[in-house]
Design a protein around this ligand. Structure first.
Ligand code: OSB
Ligand code: MG
Length: 375
């Protein structure tokens, strides 16, 4: 039995080493709500809310998450008993629509807590089987094709197994062509539009077909499943959906419509691990490859993503860059690293997250704390 007695929300600010630009906006400093869930025996599980300040990626923001966590998530969990973390999802869905990133922050913290208490790795508790995962990098939009080529060259040198280029209208085909011409056809390349295009751009987007990309990620809006299917019929390049896939049912719809040949799974976007696992399972049943996306997480969110990505059907490289790519200093020890051949080790031999949360570092970065307690 897990009896949750407290949920502490800690806001930290953490500057990125370099600003990260996607089609809908730029992030220079991350402000992140960390969630510490405590049970009646004093065990603690950590979660990380992946919402950003602005509703660029989805409708959720730090402030909508704070409201949702305080008003609707916490009351469904605090003082309640759960046999397993897997039961939290149902409790959070009862008469409570949306707010998936807020739900996920707590749901995933409870999974970490259960693993910690059971003395097993989160990866093992989730059903993970792999102990090394291929890593890809996501390169933000640059000011010139040359600048992007330099970034891609450096990433290749570091051993990344897939390089994803963020694109936006006006900074797309020429940028990808420059990278292909400079670095050759062997490089595993993809692009991510973060919903910046419309069906009228279909012909323009077909221009990507000549580059041999492994996928084009989320060209259209979140809701546009039918339009993605229409585009897929006109493209050779496989479409991968990210923003659109908020649940297993939605993944099933996308597959039935032919909207995607690949799916990116982010547990924060899907409302937590139970939902992310369900998406994984339905994609496995339909033979649609999946990979684990990233949201510029700290080492806590990275621990969650690495654990999830160790499930058997995560067959493509994940956006699981090492700590040093984002931060001067991470909030976990040891920091996340990548091997010279572009892989991350799953800490299957350590209980819980597999890394230690660095409380001194978190205290230094904390700008606000809110303690929610069982009534
Ligand atoms: O679409 O995958 C995305 C970051 C913020 C919002 C959306 C996305 C991303 C990334 C970052 O691509 C990948 C990473 O965490 O390294
Ligand atoms: Mg994406």
């Amino acid at each position: 039995m897990i009896q949750i007695t407290g949920i502490t929300l800690r806001d930290i600010t953490l500057p990125l080493k370099t600003p990260f630009r996607i089609s809908s906006g730029v992030t220079t400093v991350r402000r992140i709500i960390l969630v510490a869930v405590e049970d009646a025996d004093g065990a603690v599980g950590w979660g990380e809310c992946v919402a950003d300040r602005e509703p660029h990626y989805s409708a959720e923001t730090i402030e909508t998450c704070r409201l949702a966590l305080r008003a609707w998530v916490a009351p469904r969990v605090l003082g309640k008993q759960f046999a397993r973390a897997a039961d939290i999802h149902t409790a959070l869905e009862r008469d409570f629509k949306g707010h998936r990133m807020a739900k996920a922050a707590v749901e995933m913290a409870v999974w970490a807590l259960e693993a910690e208490r059971a003395g097993i790795a989160l990866a093992v508790l989730l059903g993970g089987t792999r102990d090394m995962i291929d890593v890809g990098i996501s390169l933000g939009i640059q000011d010139s094709p040359d600048a992007l080529v330099e970034q891609a060259r450096a990433a290749r040198g570091q051993g990344y197994r897939r390089i994803k280029l963020k694109i936006t209208p006006g900074r797309d085909l020429d940028y990808v062509r420059a990278v292909r011409e400079a670095l050759g056809n062997d490089l595993t390349l993809s692009v991510d539009a973060n919903a910046a295009y419309q069906l009228e751009d279909a012909e323009h987007l077909a221009g990507f077909d000549e580059f041999g990309l492994v996928m084009i990620e989320q060209p259209f809006e979140t809701e546009d499943l039918r339009r993605h299917a229409e585009l897929q019929r006109r493209l050779r390049t496989p479409i991968c959906l990210d923003e659109s896939i908020t649940s297993a049912n939605r993944a099933e719809d996308a597959m039935a419509l032919g909207s995607a040949r690949i799916i990116n799974i982010k547990p924060g976007r899907a409302g937590g691990f139970t939902s992310a696992k369900a998406i994984h399972d339905i994609c496995a049943a339909h033979d649609i490859p999946v990979w684990c996306g990233g949201m510029l997480e700290t080492g806590i969110g990275r621990a969650h993503n690495v654990a999830l990505a160790s499930l058997p059907h995560f067959t493509l490289p994940g956006d699981l860059s090492p700590s040093a790519r984002y931060w001067e200093q991470d909030i976990v020890t040891p920091e996340w690293t990548m091997t010279a051949d572009g892989r991350v080790r799953v800490p299957r031999d350590r209980p819980g997250l597999g890394v230690d949360v660095n409380m001194d570092r978190i205290d230094d970065l904390t700008v606000r704390t809110e303690a929610l307690r069982a009534p």
